[in-house]
Ligand binder design. Structure first.
Ligand code: FES
Length: 158
């Protein structure tokens, strides 16, 4: 416990020194819309077979024609990318995306989805930059926290 507190204090000190990664070291930090880095929602998805808690959300993934690709259960505030990858959804559908995605850093723009319904966390600065010219419903899965039951369209550019 004391070691964990010391590690957390050291991480906070490092974060203060480098404001751009302020929440990357603190799992309990909350979403910071002005940041260009990953949102600070739950980073490890907890997928379940059925909704049993008010803290859970359903993520429906549909294709371009509206056909259901997957239906996932995860904790609210889970990063959408983490939930989709844990649910074996083919999030990175281009060769560029498969080979050169940034791993959730908000730098490549290859994890694009279209929010059909529900609530995700507000857009980050990285999304504002990478989704310039896209419809407002387009989001980067790695920058979006699941805040309610959501339906997202996978491969919106395909
Ligand atoms: S994985 Fe690169 S922007 Fe989301």
């Amino acid at each position: 416990m004391a070691r964990k507190i010391a590690v957390t204090a050291m991480a906070m000190a490092m974060a203060m020194a480098t404001a751009d990664v302020s929440f990357a070291f603190s799992p309990s930090a909350r979403f910071t819309p002005s940041s260009s880095r990953s949102p600070s929602c739950v980073s490890t998805p907890s997928l379940r077979s059925g909704a049993t808690s008010l803290n859970m959300a359903t993520v429906k993934v549909v294709d371009k024609s509206g056909g259901q690709v997957a239906q996932l259960q995860c904790d609210r505030e889970t990063i959408l990318r983490d939930a989709m990858l844990a649910g074996k959804v083919d999030l990175y559908y281009t060769m560029k995306g498969k080979l050169f995605n940034c791993g959730g850093g908000g730098n490549c723009g290859t994890c694009k989805v279209d929010l059909v319904s529900g609530n995700l966390s507000p857009r980050t600065a990285a999304e504002e930059k990478l989704l310039k010219g896209c419809p407002p419903s387009f989001r980067l899965a790695c920058q979006s926290c699941v805040m309610s039951d959501v339906t997202v369209r996978n491969k919106p550019d395909a």
